[in-house]
Design a protein around this ligand. Sequence first.
Ligand code: ADP
Ligand code: MG
Length: 314
Amino acid sequence: MSTIKRRKSVLLVALGGNALIRKGQEGTIEQQFENLKLPIQQIARLSQDYSIIITHGNAPQVGNLLLQQECCDTVPRLPLEILVAQTEGHIGYMIESTLDQELMALGIDFRPLVTLITYVVVDKDDPAFDNPTKPIGPTYTAEEAAKLNYPTIKTAKGYRRVVASPMPVTIIEKREIKKLIEMDFIVICCGGGGIPVIREGRAFSGVDAVVDKDFASATLAKEVGVDIFVIATDVEGAMLNFGTEKQTLLRKLTLKEAVAYAKGGHFGTGSMLPKVEAAVQFIKQGGKRAIITSIENIEMAVKGKVGTEFIKDA
Ligand code: ADP
Ligand code: MG
């Protein structure tokens, strides 16, 4: 009698950049490795039952690299797309080596892992290019900012460089990622939202922009057929009246409710809003489950016990 091997469900975990550098930390390499253990131990255990894709943010790391560019005049400065590529290597290596150790601690020493440098196509006509909104890198005084050869905006902390945050159109390596998943690889990809590229004829060229890793993850999820999408960050989930005494965690919300609360301004632009929008997009495009949770609670969220879970409208 032949046995039919059932396909494992595909779980995509999107780790916030703060999974490596917690708010208020200096961000040494020792701290980054230490912070990674908690989410990665959970992912190692989950990998026994699920096919796994890990995506990750890079905000604190790319911010530090930008600062290093500003600190040094003796070597040429690098464009943003190269810095994003560097963080894909840096964070991919840290996740991969931590995961390798955690898998071995569970007695699993045969599961293949791979980190993929990932390009994400954006539209050169995306309106985001006319209206850059994403502040990145170090802060400057008004006088310093005036001397820079790129646009800046005034933020609560001071003037910062501002770049476009266009929407992802497609992930270039989608076929490779799908194949690797079918071969039971754990794939680490779309780091920092991926390296943004635009199509020029048959070629691609990098652009000075950053793609939100939550949107890049939702696009990848559709293209490779993810079943469960977990967005792991530094809060318990999406909340109403966030930051006030009335703040309450949303445990379950329908897509209609999510859209209404988003319109009501409950979710921070550039922080919680893209997570909610990415989760809504994922369920709309046919994904089974989407949950926003804290990096401490990834396993519990997959079990349906914590976090904010998005459900289809009746
Ligand atoms: P990540 O690096 O995981 O993408 P972000 O800083 O981009 O993290 O997003 C998480 C942050 O979103 C939280 O730390 C919180 O300060 C902020 N936030 C804004 N609005 C809300 C909300 N309604 N509920 C919960 N968190 C919110
Ligand atoms: Mg974010």
